[in-house]
Design a protein around this ligand. Structure first.
Ligand code: ZN
Length: 162
C-alpha cells in the first residue's frame, strides 16, 4: 500500500467524469487499498478515485465504523434534508455550509463485483452525496451557501466532514 497525492482544487481532473469499473484487476485492488490508506492519513471521511488522479467510479468512506468501498455507486433514493458543514480533502483548510438529503439509499458493487445496497443517514448520507458528486466532476464548493470559511486544524472534531 502507498499514500497517493491528493489532487486539489484547480487541478482539471477534478472536473472530469469518472468511468464505470468493469473488472477488478490487481491494479484496481492496489488503487482501492491506496485510497483507504490515503484517506486515513489525511484524516478524511471519504475519498473518490479522481481525487488521487484516477478516473474510475470508486469511492471509499469511513465515518468511524470501518471502511466502505463503493464501486460504480448510484443513488437510488433520497429523503429529508440536512444543512451543515462540509469540507473536502481536495479543498484543504476550508469548509462551507451545504444542504444535502438526510437519508440516502445507494446501490454499488463491492470488491467482489457483487451488488450491495447501503442506506445512510446524516453524516453517511452527506458522504455518499459528496463522494458520488466527485465521480461526475462536481465539487461541494458549487453547492456552498454563503462563503467558504477557513478552518484551523484545531477546530476539527470527529463529527466534521471532510
Ligand atoms: Zn471531496
Amino acid at each position: 500500500m502507498a499514500i497517493r497525492t491528493i489532487r486539489t482544487e484547480g487541478d482539471a481532473i477534478l472536473g472530469k467524469k469518472s468511468r464505470v469499473v468493469t473488472e477488478i484487476t490487481p491494479r484496481t485492488q492496489d488503487l482501492i487499498d491506496d485510497m483507504i490508506e490515503t484517506m486515513y492519513e489525511a484524516n478524511g471521511v471519504g475519498l473518490a478515485a479522481v481525487q488521487v488522479g484516477v478516473l474510475k467510479r470508486i469511492v471509499v468512506i469511513d465515518i468511524g465504523e470501518g471502511p466502505m468501498i463503493l464501486i460504480n455507486p448510484e443513488i437510488l433514493e433520497t429523503a429529508g434534508s440536512q444543512t451543515g458543514d462540509e469540507g473536502c480533502l481536495s479543498v484543504p483548510g476550508l469548509s462551507g455550509t451545504v444542504t444535502r438529503p438526510n437519508y440516502v439509499k445507494v446501490k454499488a458493487l463491492n470488491e467482489d463485483m457483487e451488488e450491495v445496497i447501503y442506506e445512510g443517514e446524516e453524516l453517511l448520507a452527506r458522504a455518499f452525496c459528496h463522494e458520488i458528486d466527485h465521480l461526475d466532476g462536481h465539487m461541494y464548493t458549487e453547492l456552498v451557501e454563503g462563503e467558504l470559511r477557513k478552518v484551523s486544524y484545531n477546530d476539527f472534531d470527529e463529527d466534521d466532514f471532510q
